[in-house]
Design a protein around this ligand. Sequence first.
Ligand code: HOZ
Length: 423
Amino acid sequence: MSTERSTELFERAQLVIPGGVNSPVRAWRGVGGSPRFIKCGQGSRLFDVDDNEYIDYIGSWGPLLLGHRHPEILDAINEALTRGTSFGAPTELEIELAETIREMVPSMQMVRLVNSGTEATMSALRVARGFTKRDITIKFEGCYHGHVDSLLVKAGSGVATLGLPDSPGVPKGFSDTTVTVPFNNLEALEQAFRNHSGKIAAVIVEPVCGNMGCIPPAAGFLEGLRTITAQHGALLILDEVMTGFRVASGGAQSLYDIKPDLTTLGKVIGGGLPIAAYGGRKDIMSYIAPSGPIYQAGTLSGNPLAVGAGLAMLRHIQAHPEIYDTLNEATGRLAACAPENVTVNRIGSMMTWFFTTENVTDYDSAKTSDTVRFGKFFHAMLERGIYLPPSQYEALFVSTAHSEADIDRTVEAAKESFAIALE
Ligand code: HOZ
């Protein structure tokens, strides 16, 4: 497999872009080697600048539930393009998107569109603090909610991949407003509430964690969060940037039957274009300017291209509820091919193969994984034309564009690659 052009581009990129990438995990520091530069995607496939072809299991980190360049999404974008690319003024389609989100995720009684998952969680926290008139947030170790200052504490994703301590540049005063507890540990959560009695504005959680690898909630964990937050007058924020419309059409909150106060959604509501949202209880969302005093704004919020693409995506999901069975079955086949000494965590079409024999239920157990073996596995898969997330601390995503033949090929490649990584 020739990688000459990608290697050349990576060298050039490093002269002008920090680390050669615009988001750290893409630099492959977690697996070594030089990242492939992508030329284009189609369906389940990615093509790099050296004309190598891969079956893609990143899917833009989740939102490409329908694969690359789905015709309905392309049509919506093309149609939006005929009207203009940005207005900085309201449009009718923004209302339709908000109404569709509310229909599919009823706890989001009101919705505010923003541009990225980071912006959504940052804004949701501000609203939670403004509404409760309290300052402290509880987050879970290894959960990642974007690069919001106060949430870069014991964070997952790139922070875990690079093994960084909490980020420099975050004033102590900000990180002091965040208390971390282990995922799936309700006792630690109760203790945190006792330690900071009357001061906790919100608990934020990825209901199925995807940023320390895929880690599902233990039985009763989300229900416990709901009960404890309500008892203490704190808000429950479900960060569904990865799980929204991915694990079920109503997100993880419908799968586990949990009603949060606020929810954050990411690029999935733009069919992969840059857009995100936060929303929730009407009484809380009414605190946002101009209805209320909590300020949050943005020229590109509700961008017409992203809104058009997102509506096409959500309408497709509404019209084809059967996709979740198909995704579940396909991903189940991938899960089943792992050897005994690899731990597999999967919810629907989100999955991680952890190179550990321990049950992975939180950040500490995720960190028992052998990342060197994971790196070998990653490269063996890549050689076989399978493109996985380049870190043990990320989840892979299956799309409806993955055919049975794609899954067969991936299973074969995985069997060979496990043998190489575990030898
Ligand atoms: N932090 C993202 C995955 N959890 C990666 C973002 C990207 O590189 O696009």
